[in-house]
Structure formats: C-alpha cells, structure tokens
Design a binder for this molecule. Structure first.
Ligand SMILES: [Zn+2]
Length: 61
C-alpha cells in the first residue's frame, strides 16, 4: 500500500519533510508534458514535477 520509492506524477508525491501530498494543487497540461504543482501543508514547501503526458496508445506497460 505504501511504496515511498515510487512516485506517481499524476497521483501522489512526498515532500522532503516526509509529508505525503495526495494530490497536486495544480496541474498544467501541455502538448508533450504535464506540470504538477505541489504544496505541502505540513511545512509549506511548494515544488513542481514534470511528467510526459504523451502515452502510447494500446500500450499499458
Ligand atoms: Zn513538507
């Protein structure tokens, strides 16, 4: 249930303080990438993650 070594860019992320952030405060979608903005309610830190939004169709690996 809890795998801190794996971060899902569209699901949850973990702050450097150890607080789990269950959802990005904001997501910006562009043609080729997704920028998620995260905000930690525990320490007030904000950061961004980047992820590819282009996923090959018919390939779920
Ligand atoms: Zn934090």
């Amino acid at each position: 249930m809890n795998d801190p070594r794996r971060s899902n860019p569209l699901g949850t992320d973990s702050c450097v303080c150890g607080q789990a952030v269950v959802a990005p405060s904001r997501s910006n979608y562009s043609a080729s990438a997704v920028v998620n903005e995260w905000h930690c309610t525990a320490c007030g830190r904000s950061w961004k993650t980047f992820a590819d939004s282009a996923q090959p169709e018919g390939q779920t690996t």
